[in-house]
Design a protein around this ligand. Structure first.
Ligand SMILES: [Zn+2]
Length: 298
């Protein structure tokens, strides 16, 4: 046996029930990676029904499914977004769409995002820079500017630090400014407390935070308008499709590898009967029985 099959542990029982909140998060991610809703749903159900067979908890299931969705979108290239190529959001790279949606719409922490993208995206500094450039790129795309003009007539002021910063002002890096990290809830403990109290006292820094907030909310409204968050009923429909698919995958995995325990004859029969060939067999058997009874009575 090779190493990879030894490190991947499979379940010997039924896959876990995936909670709908997790599935909805994955759906948003899938829709940000594949512009066609049908394809996004299909990719999601395939990926989840594969990962559900690994012996992992629900948090790892989200992480691994998200990673696999991302890899599939990368492999598909521009084809994955061909139906919406005119939308500025879908002109972003898969990694840009993923990080933006995870942080902005799903409120993932930076470390959650990195736990999915770490092999591709190394370190939090790179993530902050990627988020910042993606937000600017999306907000300043011509189509976004038209959209934003209707929502905020005052327009965007390009966020920047000030050259006249006080002795206690945190260092403002143009490629990954601290206000972004503050608004994304990236600071904790003493650092967070220091920044929050400093912003209250320093007008330069409070302006920088305000401009960043306006930019981040503008980007959020562009994402909201992109319709990545499906209404409840659509999400539920998709959920039941994914669950059905997992049930199907369960059966085919049992067939191929014998991984799952078929404990009793009853189990084996019920699995057999759920397959098309099994259903045909049951139908043929009943038809034969009916003919036999008719023949006996006649
Ligand atoms: Zn300051």
């Amino acid at each position: 046996m090779s190493n990879s099959t030894e490190t991947l542990r499979f379940r010997s029982t039924r896959p876990p029930v995936i909670d709908s909140a997790a599935l909805n998060e994955l759906l948003v991610i899938s829709q940000s990676l594949f512009s066609d809703t049908e394809e996004a749903t299909e990719q999601l159900s395939e990926v989840v029904s594969l990962i559900a067979w690994l012996d992992v908890d629900s948090e790892a299931l989200i992480r691994k499914s998200a990673r696999l969705l991302f890899e599939r979108a990368e492999a598909r290239g521009p084809q994955a977004v061909a139906t919406q190529a005119n939308q500025p959001f879908f002109r972003l790279l898969p990694i840009e769409r993923f990080t933006l949606v995870a942080v902005t719409l799903l409120h993932w922490s930076y470390s959650q995002v990195l736990s999915v993208l770490e092999p591709t995206l190394k370190g939090e500094a790179n993530l902050q820079e990627l988020l910042w450039s993606t937000r600017l790129q999306l907000a300043y795309a011509p189509e976004s500017q038209v959209f934003l003009k209707r929502k905020m007539p005052q327009g965007l002021i390009h966020p920047s630090g000030s050259s006249i910063s006080g002795a206690h002002c945190p260092e403002y890096l143009a490629l990954r400014p601290w206000p972004q990290r503050l608004i994304d809830r990236g600071y904790v403990g003493k650092e967070k407390a220091f920044l929050e109290s400093h912003v209250l006292r320093c007008s330069t820094c409070s302006k920088a935070v305000e401009r960043t907030r306006v930019l981040i909310y503008a980007v959020q409204s562009i994402l909201d308008a992109a319709g990545l968050k499906s209404p409840e009923e659509v999400a539920r429909k998709i959920e039941s499709r994914v669950v059905r698919r997992i049930a199907r995958a369960e059966i085919s995995l049992i067939d191929r590898s014998g991984v799952a325990a078929v404990r009793t004859l009853g189990d084996a029969l019920s699995i057999f009967i759920r397959r098309p060939i099994g259903q045909f067999f049951v139908f043929a058997l009943s038809a034969w029985a009916v003919i036999w009874v008719v023949y006996l009575l006649g």
